[in-house]
Write a protein that binds this ligand. Sequence first.
Ligand code: BG6
Ligand code: MG
Length: 215
Amino acid sequence: MIKGLIFDLDGVIVNTDIYHFEAWKQVASQYSIQLDSSINERLKGLSRRDSWNLIMELGNIQLSDEETNLVLETKNSLYRKELKNLSRDNILLGVEDFLKELNQKDFKLAIGSSSKNARDILHYLNLSSSFNSIIDGSMVKNLKPSPDIFIKAAKTLDLETNQCLVFEDALSGVHAAKAGGFKVIAVGNKELIDVADYYIDNFLNFKIDEYATVS
Ligand code: BG6
Ligand code: MG
């Protein structure tokens, strides 16, 4: 019986994934690396460091640890500048009503995000109180595709893996959920249909009762 829902943040609750990509494009262009949108699909869900490692691999460059750290700081400040303009318009379709419904029905809710900015984003959007637990990229050692974030989220909800459903928009996140033994619903990314257990375009008309008994 499903009692808990664990949500990825970027690309599932809020459309910040475009801001991540814009910031990466700017940083990469300083090293003459052009990123197209197919690369964005591969970057989604990866930690900040893993994202830059992939970009360096694609651009065939290598940087010292010191310069890499500088790049990561620059990317984050570009990204955080964009976050200042976040409003409720950035919340994805159907999310607010769905969270309200789940809270009314006494489901336990968690965020499981690789982002170290997750708490700030939820605060800006006034959504922090919708979740019983927020697990972000600063709280576990191994980020997605490792299952640690989702396992910790289930633990803090005091639930077993098979009592939780995970919502994800990224391949690395679906892999993380599967590696942890969770059932996973892919959201808004049709490329994930074959790897996830279920697929939805968005949360409009999502009927939690239809999924409440999967395990
Ligand atoms: C994930 C995003 O949620 O968080 C990735 O999908 C991002 O694109 C990762 O790299 C880390 O986020 P942050 O905010 O700590 O740089
Ligand atoms: Mg995501």
